[in-house]
Design a binder for this molecule. Structure first.
Ligand SMILES: NC(=O)c1ccc[n+]([C@@H]2O[C@H](COP(=O)([O-])OP(=O)(O)OC[C@H]3O[C@@H](n4cnc5c(N)ncnc54)[C@H](OP(=O)(O)O)[C@@H]3O)[C@@H](O)[C@H]2O)c1
Length: 258
């Protein structure tokens, strides 16, 4: 099959959480560029609206839905709105996430819960909502969870984030196992450092230069570096893949740290 056909997403309906900036905005654009109708979900609607306008200007189909991923009723409403506009959501990209830093002994309970509720609980409940709807429609589908290399290895000061991302990797496998025979594939992407709003200042600092030296490819990632892994997992190209986590980190995880 020609590459253009195997990655083609025409007729698919995608919902991307955390689509108001960074990786999520790029995921939404990439899915639309390849034919999917896309619902963009986040809390900042002004930003969502301008990304939707950009997608529509380039000939894509998109809509914005304001929701906090931790609010299950708001997420159900976002799925309803996407379904009303385009039909059953057959691709979910569980991307919304927040970072935090803080040593374990000093970490406040509210901070632990903020990180876990956004980066892990919401990933599960959004996947559950998407899967229930795919099953009811008999449509099958693809769910992609955005994990992190910190779901595999750890660093000091990232205990809540790393714990949540490790949970996302396990959750991906467990969901994949339960949903495989129903035609729903569940996979994850574990990015290394990708320059976005989340980390731009940090990566441009002196500490950032040191981090860059640990990446065998010799640079931080750009948002577009994840187009390939995403398209593989949501399209027919990845039709025999489920429960997998694709690491996209410029070789950072395989390099020995001195
Ligand atoms: N950049 C990296 O180096 C990197 C590496 C590994 C993994 N990741 C993961 O990639 C994902 C995207 O990160 P990014 O770098 O693109 O960060 P970003 O630019 O800060 O984007 C985060 C997105 O998540 C949304 N979000 C946060 N909390 C939310 C909530 N409660 N409800 C709804 N939306 C929420 C934000 O939108 P609103 O504020 O408008 O709601 C925003 O659109 C995250 O899961 C992150 O952990 C990033």
């Amino acid at each position: 099959m020609a590459a253009a056909d195997i990655f083609d997403l025409h007729g698919k309906v995608a919902l991307v959480t955390g689509a108001s900036s960074g990786l999520g905005a790029r995921f939404a654009e990439c899915l639309a560029e390849n034919g999917a109708a896309v619902a963009l979900v986040a809390r900042r609607t002004d930003r969502l609206n301008s990304i939707v306008a950009r997608i529509e200007k380039s000939g894509g189909k998109a809509m914005a839905a304001e929701a906090d991923v931790r609010d299950r009723a708001a997420m159900r409403a976002a799925f309803d709105a996407a379904e009303k506009a385009f039909g059953t959501v057959t691709i979910l990209v569980n991307n919304a996430g927040v970072v935090s830093s803080g040593r374990a002994v000093e970490l406040a309970e509210e901070e632990w819960r903020r990180i876990l509720s956004t980066n892990l609980d919401a990933v599960f409940f959004c996947a559950q909502e998407a899967a229930r709807r795919m099953l009811a429609a008999g449509s099958g589908g693809a769910i992609v969870n955005i994990a992190s290399v910190l779901g595999f290895g750890v660093d000091k000061g990232v205990i809540a984030y790393a714990t949540a991302k490790a949970g996302v990797i396990q959750l991906t496998k467990a969901l994949a196992l339960e949903l495989a025979f129903r035609g729903i594939r569940v996979n994850a992407i574990a990015p290394g450092w990708i320059v976005t709003e989340l980390n731009r200042d940090y990566l441009q600092s002196e500490r950032g230069s040191a981090l860059k030296r640990e990446i065998p490819i010799g640079r931080f990632g750009e948002e577009r570096d994840l187009d390939g892994p995403l398209l593989l997992l949501v399209s027919d190209a990845g039709r025999f893949m489920t429960g997998a986590t694709i690491v996209a980190d410029g070789g950072q995880m395989v390099a020995l740290r001195g």
